[in-house]
Ligand binder design. Structure first.
Ligand code: GLY
Ligand code: MN
Ligand code: MN
Length: 447
């Protein structure tokens, strides 16, 4: 695996250089200074919150913990990395650069986190930073000291770069594949822990141990939900004690590899029965949706198809008393499936540029679907999630009962299944011309 992603890295850096050169030229900049970010201190103390670098910095470099470093990109020149390696005896300084990535940069190891400012003035003596010859990319407060705010993360340049990030390079796909494999291994361990009757906290710890991640390395906070907790879409707690009876388990958890994420959800039932049958039906439906993915597909249409399929399941399992088609039109399907069907995935769990076209114009969400994060026509090289869900969410059910026809819903059936919470099944796929490569299913199958 290591060989694989490392062998693609030189081409990745060359691609990055081309992408940035084109974007800088189109937006009339001489150069870009991409800052990795600065740690945030806790108020009136000297403790630092977990640090995560600027994703634009990470798109060049696998430096997942590097604060106060900066990359200078000048068209036609090897990019210059100001590699911050302080002399520090309170914290462990970063190790020396490794050849497999470092050979592609001119590296200046710096003890002063502002060394890049001096070099910028030396390398680009004609540039007027206040006039925007150089774009600054990042959120470190130190950028504001040198750059006028207009040239900090300029929208036109950011949009162009975001659009390039929608098409993953072979290096990026290899990292995301590695991330999916790590997560699949940990998901299997989590399932085992659930079947043994463990608590949410214990399952979470087993997950971390299996993928050898700390909490801070996870791409997002794991969702580890037993029973009715799985109806809370971003459930954030981990109960220390197992419930008296573990009926169901929803786990939405990923991993990172060189900062590239996976984002995987599985749902399990402890015993055979109607909820287990509903999970199987959702699984088959999720596979059907994934089977439709290919270059040229309008993702909005796939999201709407998911609503139709979920409404059909609601009808088949007698959870609603109106025909599926009517449930989609009236919005009843949205009571059970209130989120979008997925999103781009990459250096960010909810990766960028899902809602704009290739000219940077907004693509509206369909009416009544405010949470959809991806409205584009898919292209080869996109990496995205397919994650339909079906839940018994008390506040949404109550709202329907209060504001619509309460007879649309089969309440006794809903009450029977509500203690199981809900179901979500989420895979990560790479779009190809003729279909897609399902990184998640392959990773589980090859364990
Ligand atoms: N885990 C967050 C999401 O699925 O979007
Ligand atoms: Mn997701
Ligand atoms: Mn997820």
């Amino acid at each position: 695996m290591e060989q694989n992603y490392q062998s693609h890295y030189p081409t990745h850096v060359a691609d990055q250089q081309k992408r940035w050169e084109r974007a800088l030229e189109a937006e009339d900049f001489m150069a870009a200074l991409i800052h990795s970010g600065s740690p945030i201190q806790s108020f009136m103390d000297d403790y630092e919150y977990d640090f995560r670098p600027n994703p634009h910095f990470l798109s060049w470099l696998p430096l997942t913990r590097h604060a106060d470093s900066a990359l200078l990109v000048v068209p036609g020149q090897k990019p210059v990395l100001f590699y911050y390696q302080p002399e520090d005896y309170w914290h462990l300084p970063p190790a020396d650069p490794e050849a497999w990535w470092a050979d592609h940069f001119e590296i200046e190891v710096v003890r002063d986190p502002l060394q890049w400012q001096k070099r910028l003035k030396k390398d680009l003596p004609d540039a007027d930073l206040k006039l925007g010859d150089v774009a600054a990319i990042g959120d470190s407060p130190v950028l504001g000291e040198l750059f006028d705010s207009k040239w900090l993360n300029p929208k036109g340049l950011i949009t162009r770069i975001h659009l390039t990030r929608t098409r993953k390079t072979p290096y990026e796909v290899a990292c995301m594949d590695a991330s999916a494999r790590l997560a699949a291994r940990a998901h299997v361990e989590a399932e085992r822990a659930f079947m043994e009757g463990c608590s949410e906290y214990e399952i979470h710890m087993r997950y971390l141990a299996a993928c050898r991640h700390t909490d801070a390395q996870l791409p997002y906070h794991n969702i580890v939900a037993l029973n009715a907790n799985s109806a809370v879409l971003h459930y954030q707690h981990r109960e220390l004690r197992a419930p008296d009876q573990s009926l169901s388990f929803l786990i939405d958890a990923g991993c990172t590899f060189n900062a590239y994420t996976s984002d995987i959800t599985r749902t399990y039932a402890r015993q055979p029965g109607e909820f287990a049958e509903l999970i199987s039906a959702m699984d088959a439906m999720q596979r059907e949706l994934t089977g439709q993915v290919c270059a040229g597909l309008d993702y909005k249409g796939l999201h709407l198809l998911a609503h139709r399929r979920i409404a059909e399941l609601l009808e088949t399992f007698k959870l609603i008393k109106v025909p599926a088609e009517e449930a989609v039109v009236t919005g009843l399907s949205g009571v059970f499936y209130p989120h979008g069907m997925g999103h781009f995935l990459g250096l960010q769990t909810h990766d960028v540029a899902g809602l704009i076209d290739n000219d940077g114009n907004d693509i509206d969400r369909p009416d009544g679907h405010p949470f959809l994060r991806l409205t584009r026509e898919l292209e080869a090289g996109n990496v995205l999630t397919i994650e339909p869900g079906l839940y018994f969410i008390e506040p949404l059910l109550k709202k329907w009962r209060d504001e619509h026809d309460a007879n649309d819903i089969n309440w006794s059936k809903v009450d029977e299944l509500a203690p199981y919470g809900g179901i979500r099944i989420e895979d990560n796929v790479v779009v190809t011309e003729g279909g897609c490569d399902n990184l998640t299913r392959r990773a589980f199958a090859e364990l």
